[in-house]
Design a protein around this ligand. Structure first.
Ligand code: ZN
Ligand code: ZN
Length: 401
């Protein structure tokens, strides 16, 4: 036994030495780099664009408060061979690029409103998807005012755009395609219909930001609703009625209050004032669950987390401790929606028609079966979508956005 252990340790030591020395040999470094570059360049997640399903990637789950790894709000919805991005928070393009999503296949950007955490990377989305080979101008939908926002970002990037054209040539970097097209959405209603996808804007409650929108995506019998920033609202309930998934913002007001109290004690009145102001135009996790239950959605995913939990303790504190949580019939702290779905490279997938997926790559859903919202399903919608799924769509903790 002792001899065997000695041999084992010896082999491990030899291998470790070989790796240590090898990684300092230029030929070995080149071989490793070639392999990695091949993987990065050539292995793209093409399955995201399989048009038999509606898919969602969370490319940003944070809010204006800082977090070392999470990007600010961003939801990418894949349908009809393209992807549509709801809000373009700072750091979110880096997520999509890191997952090697083909920027040329962007369908549109849909802005919920113009708070900075939702628009910060608009210029980068335009530049990067143009560079990737976008076939035309980037459409940017949003409330009235979107033209001004788009014009501002275009002006900020104008010099850079000129450099790119001069350096790479107008044939590669076609100036006509490198523009953005602002599409103002004056009121709630259908925003676009193409390739079987219908996107509908609905007004939410985020005063004094008016109008502020959420968006509903319907595709081949599946539906995803993104709340945007809002106080708890019946409008979201109506928009999400019978949807498969509701992505709802969530603000842990208990922690926000603690931050405010600490700021007041510490002589930081500006922070204390802001922490006192923000609860009235956001939704607590329990309220988001109540909205989901009232709408009868299959799955609630909370994003735009305020504050973005920096560690498991804050995560637990954010989603627990509310006496009404258990009363919301199934939305227990173990649903996982708060802390299992903050961001993942693997999308939720719902097969169109009757081929309903049970989760990404066979992973089991983290929540209990009982976590399904008990609200009244829409009979017509349920019939159109087929029987209930074998399990809730899963979500992983692998990466945060
Ligand atoms: Zn926000
Ligand atoms: Zn906002």
């Amino acid at each position: 036994m002792g001899r065997l252990l000695g041999w084992g340790l010896g082999i491990v030591a030899v291998l470790a030495t070989a790796v240590f020395v090898g990684m300092r040999v230029p030929a070995v470094q080149d071989a490793v780099a070639r392999h990695a570059i091949d993987r990065l360049l050539l292995q793209r997640p093409e399955h995201l664009f399989d048009d038999a399903a509606l898919r969602v990637l969370l490319c940003g789950t944070s809010s204006p408060m800082p977090h070392p790894t999470r990007a600010r709000p961003c939801v990418a919805v894949f349908a009809g061979g393209r992807f549509y991005v709801v809000d373009v928070g700072t750091g979110s393009w880096n997520r999509l690029a890191g997952w090697r999503v083909d920027g040329a296949r962007i369908g549109a950007v849909l802005l919920t409103h113009f708070h900075s955490d939702h628009i910060g990377e608009l210029g980068e989305y335009d530049l990067q998807t143009w560079t990737a080979g976008r076939p035309g101008p980037l459409r940017v939908f949003g409330p009235p005012g979107v033209s001004r926002v788009v014009a501002g970002f275009e002006e900020a990037y104008a010099l850079d755009t000129g450099y790119r054209i001069a350096h790479h040539g107008a044939e590669l970097m076609d100036p006509a395609k490198g523009r953005m097209e602002a599409r103002s959405v004056p009121a709630a209603g259908v925003v676009l219909e193409e390739n079987g996808l219908t996107v509908t804007a609905f007004a939410v409650e985020h005063d004094p930001v008016k109008p502020a929108y959420g968006y509903r995506f319907d595709y081949r019998g599946r539906s995803v609703v993104v709340s945007g920033d809002t106080a708890k609202s019946e409008r979201v309930v109506e928009a999400a009625r019978g949807a498969d998934v509701l992505l709802h913002e969530a603000q842990a007001n208990r922690i926000v209050a603690q931050i405010g109290e600490a700021a007041a004690r510490g002589g930081l009145p500006r922070i204390a004032k802001i922490m006192g102001d923000i609860p009235d135009y956001h939704t607590s996790p329990v309220e988001a669950a109540e909205v989901a239950n009232a709408a009868g959605v299959e799955l609630l995913v909370m994003y735009h987390l305020t504050p973005p939990p920096p560690n498991p303790l804050v995560e637990a504190s954010s989603r627990a401790g509310s006496p009404t949580c258990a009363a919301t019939a199934g939305w227990s702290p173990t649903t996982g929606c708060w802390w299992s779905c903050p961001g993942t490279a693997t999308p939720w997938r719902w097969a169109a028609s009757r081929r309903r997926g049970s989760g990404p790559r066979g992973r089991a859903a983290p929540g209990r079966r009982g976590a399904r919202a008990p609200g009244p399903p829409t009979p017509a919608g349920r019939a159109a979508r087929g029987p209930a799924p074998p399990g809730r769509p899963g979500c992983g903790r692998a990466r945060r956005s």
